[in-house]
Design a binder for this molecule. Structure first.
Ligand SMILES: [Zn+2]
Ligand SMILES: [Zn+2]
Length: 361
């Protein structure tokens, strides 16, 4: 059982809870060649086309698609079987790395169950990507609904969006502070972010804007491995992973009413992730290409920090996910197709896809 949290009203308080909040004023409460995209057209080109359609027309056009998704599937000689969308959706907000690729925002993934969203990491542009997903019909990712995030580790590419996640939804009507769960050091980070924007906060509270609520605040819980969150619908387990010399770095397992999803964060091959998945529905795993590794000047670092295509294949063969989603990809000149091919060449025959920003699985 992990340590955690105190004061998010909807969630069960876990044994050993340790919520550390700055003592200030109280806060108000398939196969890879055919990407698996069961619910949504995904990927940037489709997204761009989608966004140019006016909302009313978009709703009209979307109706037959939605109808077909839930249509009955009738096999010859069989009883009709209704194809069901899982209630839980996995939304890839950002697949990027520290390399500033304009097509790939910083690493962030959302698990969405009904009207609630559960974010993992806050990479660059996280709130804009969430808003794009909301515009595509996932209302739980509207900026005002971004209420909680689970941080894997404190590398800047995974956390540079934290100020965005704290302050932007405040301006977009979030009616509560954001809950931030993460390893030791997370509290110092969120405290310093609040401090860094103190002039902004002062102006918005006491200038003509006349804001009163302090919903830019972070309610921060520094966690240990184990169950760190349970609101009766979704349980979140922090999985210790190995990532260079970080003393504490997590992957996360989400157990929802209909799916189990494991997200690696940054990790070299970690047996704990195999154990956490163990036949899970979806394993979202970071990866680097053979080409990236071969041409990198610091191979020692990358072997200690990250997971190659061959390693992720071996790991997935043991973990047996229903779907393997590659994200946080380090390509160099490799392509998504190359990544999938390398995974196949390493012997993995299960369903695998290389994710793009705003894919939904
Ligand atoms: Zn990292
Ligand atoms: Zn990273």
């Amino acid at each position: 059982m992990g340590k955690m949290r105190r004061d998010a009203p909807a969630a069960t308080v876990m044994v050993g809870a340790r919520c550390r909040h700055p003592a200030r004023e109280p806060v108000p409460s398939g196969d890879g060649r055919h990407p698996v995209q069961p619910f949504h057209a995904s990927g940037r080109p489709t997204m761009n086309r989608y966004l140019r359609v006016p909302p009313l027309l978009r709703a009209f056009l979307a109706a037959p698609l939605l109808a077909s998704l839930s249509a009955a599937v009738i096999l010859p000689g069989s009883t009709p079987v209704r194809a069901q969308e899982p209630a839980t959706r996995l939304v890839i907000l950002g697949t990027g790395t520290p390399i500033a690729d304009p097509d790939r925002f910083g690493p962030s993934v959302a698990v969405v169950v009904g009207e609630e969203s559960y974010l993992v990491d806050a990479g660059a542009g996280v709130v804009r990507r969430a808003a794009a997903a909301a515009r595509n019909g996932i209302a739980a990712l509207a900026p005002s609904n971004l209420k909680r995030v689970f941080i894997t580790h404190l590398h800047s590419d995974h956390t540079v969006g934290l100020p965005d996640l704290m302050f932007t939804p405040w301006q977009n009507g979030r009616n509560m502070p954001v809950e931030v769960y993460g390893p030791p050091g997370t509290l110092r980070m969120t405290t310093n972010i609040e401090e860094a924007w103190v002039e902004d906060v002062h102006m918005r509270l006491f200038g003509l804007e006349g804001r009163t609520a302090h919903n830019y605040r972070a309610v921060t819980s520094e966690i240990e491995a184990g169950t760190v969150y349970d609101d009766g619908t979704v349980r979140v387990d922090a999985i210790p992973v190995q990532h260079t010399s970080w003393p504490v770095s997590f992957g996360y397992r989400f157990v929802t009413p209909d799916r189990t999803i494991v997200i690696s964060g940054d990790a070299r091959p970690s047996p704990s992730l195999v154990e956490a998945c163990n036949g899970c529905d979806v394993l979202v795993h970071e990866v680097y290409s053979r080409d990236f590794f071969d041409r990198h000047r610091n191979q020692t670092y990358h072997a200690a920090a990250h997971t190659s295509t061959a390693e992720v294949a071996a790991l997935a063969m043991e973990a047996r996910p229903g779907l393997l989603v590659l994200y946080h990809q380090l390509y160099r000149s490799a392509t998504d197709e190359d990544l999938i091919r390398e995974v196949r060449e390493a012997g993995y025959a299960g369903r695998v896809v290389s994710a793009a920003d705003l894919d939904v699985y």
